[in-house]
Design a protein around this ligand. Structure first.
Ligand code: X2X
Length: 338
């Protein structure tokens, strides 16, 4: 009958008005992180997944895979896997993606960023926008900046106050060859390995030390793998980046893209707050907790940082060229003006 035809037409109209069909959506989207939810970083990933589910009414179901499990623990392969689509979502460190995106070495230029304000001056300013534009040409959609944090050096042997104290110490480093250059210039003996390999290496004393943000140090309980000397030198910090594979992104409705972006922004704000908590004079709770575990903590004064900075001048100059002089100049200016 005419009424039935009309009904069919109405159903067809409604169905075609739904911009992306449920069938285009995967049953599960895989989110990669290096560390789990006990860490600010893993909390950020889990929170993003949770907010995405909420804001999309369950249309986008994200599961977090910590431990860089989607790349067999080799975190420096994460960006390639993202581009190729075996990872859908990631909250990744600039260090781990820097082997593929050389500009991300910016944040690892020794002593570029003196404080949290300096990190913000980059990520919240023109430099952050430039880097997101660049990433957008590499098969990912960058959505928000998070933070791993200032990387402080620890070891099992003795306190580090001067570059001479690093002499002879075997220090695990990650990611970019820039870290090998920097640690060598600082007097240490760098050993490059994944985070998965780093913990057993410390436990068996195959290495003497490592460098990581205090949020990682505390949650990974590095005092239990002989890391009893910690020096706060703030030589570099690694931001995190919340991204989605661009093909995955394009498969979603506009409304769901907005939801995923907003979820990333909110999760990132919460994650950064957590990553910075307990590290200041007003609230030193995280440092206090680490000290309570028997770790000797040395906080370098500005004057004490000087010889370390001096020692890395040539490394900085060499890597400034690799990162791109214009980008580094822009970053230096943004930090001066903060
Ligand atoms: O491997 C590390 O040191 C870590 C966990 O901080 C990163 O993934 C950059």
């Amino acid at each position: 009958t005419g009424a039935f035809a009309l009904l069919l037409a109405a159903v067809a109209a409604v169905t075609s008005a739904v911009p992306a069909m449920a069938a285009d959506y995967k049953a599960e989207y895989k989110l990669s992180t290096v560390v789990g939810e006990a860490f600010p970083w893993g909390f950020g990933g889990k929170r993003w997944a949770e907010l995405v589910r909420e804001k999309t009414d369950g249309r986008i179901n994200v599961k977090m895979y910590p431990g860089a499990a989607l790349v067999g623990g080799d975190q420096t392969k994460e960006f390639t896997a993202l581009r190729q689509g075996s990872i859908d979502f990631a909250v990744g460190s600039t260090i781990n993606w820097s082997p593929q995106v050389k500009e991300l070495n910016l944040f690892a230029l020794p002593f570029l960023m003196p404080d949290h304000k300096a990190i913000d001056a980059l990520t919240k300013g023109e430099v952050g926008k430039d880097l997101f534009k660049l990433l957008a040409t590499k098969d990912v959609v960058p959505l928000a900046w998070g933070e791993n944090g200032f990387r402080e050096v620890s070891n099992s042997k003795h306190a580090i106050r001067t570059p001479a104290d690093l002499k002879g110490l075997k220090i695990r480093v990650v990611g970019s060859p820039l870290f090998v250059d920097t640690m060598t210039a600082l007097g240490g003996n760098p050993a490059q390995m994944s985070w998965a390999d780093a913990q057993p290496a410390m436990a068996t004393k195959a290495v003497d030390g490592q460098e990581n943000p205090l949020g990682i140090f505390a949650a990974a309980k590095l005092h239990t793998v002989s890391q009893t000397n910690l020096t706060l030198w703030g030589y570099v910090a690694d931001p995190l980046i919340f991204v989605v594979n661009s093909k995955v992104w394009e498969s979603w409705s506009e409304a769901d893209r907005v939801a995923v972006r907003e979820a990333a922004e909110q999760a990132a704000v919460e994650e950064i707050a957590m990553a910075r908590k307990g590290l200041t004079a007003e609230d030193s709770s995280l440092i206090d907790q680490i000290k309570a575990n028997g770790v000797e903590v040395v906080t370098l004064t500005e004057a004490e940082k000087q010889p370390f900075q001096e020692a890395t001048k040539d490394v900085y100059a060499k890597w400034k060229k690799t990162v791109g002089e214009d980008l580094v100049n822009k970053a230096e200016a943004a930090i001066s003006a903060r």
